[in-house]
Design a protein around this ligand. Structure first.
Ligand code: 1VU
Length: 322
């Protein structure tokens, strides 16, 4: 039983930083090569919507060759993923069997997940195509990240989250969701409020490390950057911990906004230090700069410190300031 929990625990590990998830069309050799020089927490090679049906086979072969030629993951990338085609298509089985046998693949992004059965299918293929990585005692399974893009999926979130021990995150995809509901995307994104909140809440309730927000389709110029920043701030305030990107220029602003800011980290370090002193004098609630601090606030401060360390902040140096 403890061994069975190992693979699940490693898939649901909280240590994965996925502030940006950059899609790279697998049909473009130029972009595949370019991806190796980019700094994005997650790089997702796409076999789905950015690849036309006529190029599905050749893109899969090209991607397999690209990944197998890598000696190691680029140091600026924490996770290499492949977005396969939807389980309902004739391509999914071939995508999954061809790519999951590549040791360089850390995760598969599964689009248009409609129900728990879709993830059961993917889980069974992963176990079949890469048995060692999905044995009960494996600590390095290929993780699954599920794209939620329909009304049915939103209604079935709880069972989708329980469907696979390898599930490691959810992504909300606005364009297909808008199509499904016959709604039009607006800059305010209010039409997606319910679905986005449902995705974040379901991911947290299931203990998944990531909930990743919609794509900002504007990527050129100051206007595109402004829209991107607004969307990131909105997504972060809803609880998302990352955002899908379609262009290299989006990655740096996305990673910055989904990292704790310096003021926030300084506040968190002060709270953690003050809490250590308060605890030694037996106080559970106390005041810092005119505000009450108690267990949930300390918990939040510890989470900020933890994330800041993962994002490269020198927390030890900050601690020594106080
Ligand atoms: O400087 P270079 O000429 O060497 O490179 C160009 C370009 O090749 C490269 N680049 C990329 N490299 C890797 N991954 C990318 N996603 C990517 N995008 C561009 O960067 C240099 C500058 O590019 P550019 O400004 O000239 O842009 P392009 O006109 O070449 O390309 C723009 C698009 C939007 C077509 C391109 O960025 C792209 O194909 N993005 C990914 C689209 C995609 O994957 N869509 C599906 C996922 S989104 C979704 O499904 C919603 C859930």
């Amino acid at each position: 039983m403890a061994a069975a929990a190992a693979a699940a625990a490693s898939a649901r590990s909280t240590s994965i930083l996925r502030r940006s998830l950059l899609y790279v069309p697998a049909s473009s050799q130029k972009m595949l090569t370019k991806s190796l020089s980019l700094t994005s927490d997650n790089v997702t090679y796409d076999l789905e919507d950015s690849v036309t049906p006529a190029l599905k086979e050749s893109a899969r072969q090209q991607l397999k060759q690209h990944i197998s030629s890598l000696k190691s993951r680029p140091s600026s990338v924490s996770e290499l993923a492949v977005r396969v085609n939807a389980v309902s298509t004739p391509y999914a089985l071939h995508d999954l069997t061809a790519l999951s046998s590549e040791p360089g693949v850390d995760a598969v992004v599964v689009p248009k997940v409609e129900s728990a059965a879709d993830l059961t299918f993917v889980t069974d293929i992963l176990r079949h195509a890469a048995p060692e990585r999905h044995a009960h005692d494996s600590t390095n399974p290929i993780k699954i990240i599920a794209l939620i893009e329909s009304a049915r999926a939103v209604m079935d979130l709880a069972s989708i989250c329980r469907a696979s021990p390898f599930l490691s995150g959810l992504i909300f995809a606005a364009e297909d969701f808008a199509l499904d509901l016959s709604i039009t995307r607006t800059p305010s994104l209010t039409e997606f409020l319910y679905a986005r909140s449902a995705v974040v809440t379901a991911a947290r309730a299931a203990g998944l490390p990531s909930a990743i927000d919609l794509v900002c389709t504007s990527y050129r110029g100051e206007e595109g950057l402004e829209r991107l920043r607004e969307e990131c701030a909105g997504g972060r305030s809803m609880g998302f911990n990352g955002k899908q990107c379609i262009h290299p220029s989006q990655v740096e602003p996305v990673q910055t906004i989904f990292s704790p800011g310096r003021d926030e980290v300084e506040w968190a370090v002060r709270v953690v230090i003050a809490d250590e002193k308060a605890a030694s004098s037996g106080r559970g609630a106390w005041t810092l700069e005119g505000k009450m601090i108690d267990a949930p606030v300390v918990g939040k401060a510890r989470a900020v410190v933890d994330k800041a360390e993962k994002c490269g902040f020198d927390v030890t140096a900050l601690r020594s300031k106080w």
